[in-house]
Design a protein around this ligand. Structure first.
Ligand SMILES: Cc1cc2nc3c(=O)[nH]c(=O)nc-3n(C[C@H](O)[C@H](O)[C@H](O)COP(=O)(O)OP(=O)(O)OC[C@H]3O[C@@H](n4cnc5c(N)ncnc54)[C@H](O)[C@@H]3O)c2cc1C
Length: 349
């Protein structure tokens, strides 16, 4: 049975603010002292995922005690790094290579045991492939309903999340005893790894039987900034016409300003760019300081992934392209002429 009461505030697309305040008016209260949140921190090859730090910020926004959770092989250094995050009281660490790949089949029972032991009121994880895969199982095992992809916290029971590709904002109130929440990384600033001195303790390891085998992964590697967290992103669309042109036009532009490269789904589907570069409803959600859309029409599914960018610049030969409706700066013209010209100017500036 669903235990979530929904109050859905539908707003016309134009009325939705481009940026939303994450920190609502949470004043200190007696109730907040009873709250305790477990922030599940992702690690890959011994490095804390940057997005995990946003989960800690969200946990701190709730008030109450904040504990972090890490698991994998040689977890000590990751746990020690996480312990330096300001405002975290305790890091629970489970040292076991079986959790290296974050497989939900054994990671879910692992979390269940640690949540039961800690008696947490909230469990928060980034809305990443890992979070989306693991947390629903944990929530189901503990008879709760997950609240996904939140962008703001109103109070300990009430959360804000975009729906319909960001065209409506839903305010969700949960009466579940434990709230299982995934957060949109771009809506919560990453907590600083600074002068914190959280205690590091061993978590419970149920060593659940694993009937799934990790076979392999094929990760796209790039020396450019990570698309999800870059401060500047330049994205190319179908207007680039081919992979050769995409590489010839977009990569020098990206390098001239130290930007990450993104792409529209049409560009990805046409083979101009790797799937991992897709921005949008079914790709990555980004909110950099600068987002430059080149030869991208501005379909609603693309806007869902970038409209919270601080400054949006667009280059398109069609003055009526919808991208200009969200752009702060627009240039109408042929990208094959304008972008190389711009790149040269940026390189020499
Ligand atoms: C369920 C679903 C999910 C989707 N998810 C995503 C998603 O995550 N991300 C996403 O991007 N899309 C997504 N889409 C697809 C989306 O609807 C659009 O089809 C797609 O975004 C279009 O990509 P585009 O703007 O590159 O191509 P087009 O719409 O074809 O636009 C190309 C643009 O390039 C311009 N142009 C062409 N030549 C030049 C030139 N020489 N100089 C300057 N400008 C030029 C044109 O004027 C045009 O505006 C999704 C669709 C569905 C149904």
């Amino acid at each position: 049975m669903l235990s979530i009461a929904k109050r859905t505030a539908l707003r016309a697309a134009g009325a939705v603010p481009r940026t939303q305040s994450v920190f609502s008016n949470l004043g200190p209260s007696a109730l907040q002292r009873l709250l305790s949140t477990l922030a599940v921190l992702e690690q890959r090859e011994g490095k804390l995922n940057h997005g995990s730090l946003s989960a800690i910020t969200a946990a701190k926004t709730l008030g109450g005690a904040v504990h972090g959770f890490v698991a994998g092989s040689n977890i000590k250094s990751v746990a020690e790094e996480a312990a330096k995050v300001d405002g975290v009281e305790k890091i629970l660490a489970v040292n076991n290579a079986a959790y290296d790949k974050g497989l939900p089949e054994n990671y879910a029972p692992l979390l269940v045991e640690n949540i039961k032991k800690g008696g947490y009121t909230h469990v928060i994880v980034g809305h990443t492939s890992f979070g989306k895969s693991v947390l629903p199982r944990v929530a189901a095992l503990l008879d709760s309903q997950q609240i996904s992809d939140i962008t703001a916290i109103e109070n300990e029971n009430t959360f804000v999340r975009p729906i319909y590709a960001g065209n409506a904002i839903s305010t969700v109130e949960s009466s579940d005893a434990i709230k299982f929440i995934t957060i949109r990384g771009t809506a919560f600033a990453a907590a600083e790894v600074a002068n914190g001195s959280a205690a590091v303790e061993d978590g419970v390891d149920p060593k659940a039987e694993l009937n799934t085998e990790w076979v392999s992964e094929d990760l796209a590697k790039s020396d450019r900034p990570d698309l999800a967290t870059a401060g500047k992103v330049v994205s190319g669309g179908r207007g680039l016409k081919s992979k050769e042109e995409f590489d010839k036009v977009m990569l020098p532009l990206a390098d001239s300003i130290g930007a990450a490269v993104g792409a529209s789904r049409a560009a990805v589907d046409s083979g101009y760019a790797d799937n991992s570069l897709q921005v949008g409803q079914t790709g990555k959600v980004v909110a950099p300081q600068l987002y430059m859309a080149v030869g991208i029409s501005g379909a609603i599914q693309h806007l869902a992934g970038m409209k919270d960018s601080k400054v949006i610049a667009a280059i398109n030969k069609d003055p009526d392209a919808p991208i200009f409706q969200v752009a702060d700066v627009g240039l109408v013209g042929d990208l094959f002429e304008k972008v190389p010209e711009l790149t040269e100017k940026l390189k020499s500036s």
